[in-house]
Design a protein around this ligand. Structure first.
Ligand code: PGA
Length: 252
């Protein structure tokens, strides 16, 4: 079994002004130092990327964008390109988040283009998949997640696919306080790894990191992380306070 470095990512969504973001980085670094056995990624809003990048320079944290456009430049009002994200030393980009899919109408084909484009700029995509409550209740979780995976990863080489971080985020668990149980999450993570095995091969499936997101909190992180196919966390609400995010980073 391949060694997979756990990844804990903060998705700040549309929260934090620049000054708040910079203070957070200093405080978190003070609390957690430079962990070497886990990766810590922070995704601030676009306006804070440059300042957070500078604040992170002497830390082990890595910078993520919450979205980007697959074209390098052009008449795309309101969009940000990979070239622009490279200027601020972004290393990761969150793609296909359920809020992008369901609030802003992003579809699998657009997300596929973004995942492919991430590799053109050397970014690691944090590629999100997850079912809505009604699909889970209809017993269609695997069908939905399998389709999102297949379409989003289409065209990638095996090596690129191994580098993707897949985030399983059941839509019904995001921002609702309703976390998937460790067993529910593990079941879907194991399914995602099986899909990887059939789309690519077992070696790629063993290397890919699959993180969980959806109401991750200090009091549920340890049991989630204890599951064999859960390799990290994508954290929204609980990443906004240093104390709670620190506890999640320091999962046991
Ligand atoms: P939450 O958000 O932790 O607030 O549920 C997770 C996410 O949307 O990535």
């Amino acid at each position: 079994m391949a060694d997979r470095l756990p990844l804990i990512a903060a998705n700040w969504k549309m929260f934090k002004r620049i000054d708040e973001a910079v203070v957070f980085i200093g405080a978190l670094h003070h609390e957690v130092g430079r962990p070497t056995d886990r990766e810590v990624v922070i995704a601030p809003p676009f306006t804070a990327l440059a300042a957070v990048s500078a604040a992170m320079r002497d830390t082990a944290f890595k910078l993520a964008a919450q979205n980007f456009h697959y074209e390098e430049k052009g008449a795309f009002t309101g969009e940000i390109s990979g070239v622009m994200l490279k200027e601020v030393d972004c290393e990761y980009v969150i793609l296909g988040h359920s809020e992008r899919r369901h609030v802003f109408g992003e579809e699998d084909e657009l997300i596929r283009k973004k995942v492919a484009a991430a590799f053109r700029y050397g970014f690691t995509p944090i590629f999100c998949v997850g079912e809505k409550l009604e699909k889970r209740e209809e017993g269609k979780t695997f069908e939905v997640v399998g389709k999102q995976l297949k379409q989003g990863l289409e065209g990638l080489s095996a090596e690129q696919a191994a580098q993707v971080v897949v985030a399983y985020e059941p839509v019904w668990a995001i921002g609702t306080g309703k976390t998937a149980t460790p067993e529910q999450a593990q079941e879907v993570h194991a399914f995602i790894r099986e899909c990887y095995s059939s789309l690519f091969d077992i070696g790629v499936a063993n290397r890919v990191r699959i993180v969980y997101g959806g109401s991750v909190k200090p009091d549920n992180v340890d049991t989630l992380m204890a599951q064999p196919d859960i390799d990290g966390m994508l954290v929204g609400g609980a990443s906004l306070e240093v104390a709670s995010f620190k506890r999640i980073v320091q999962f046991q």
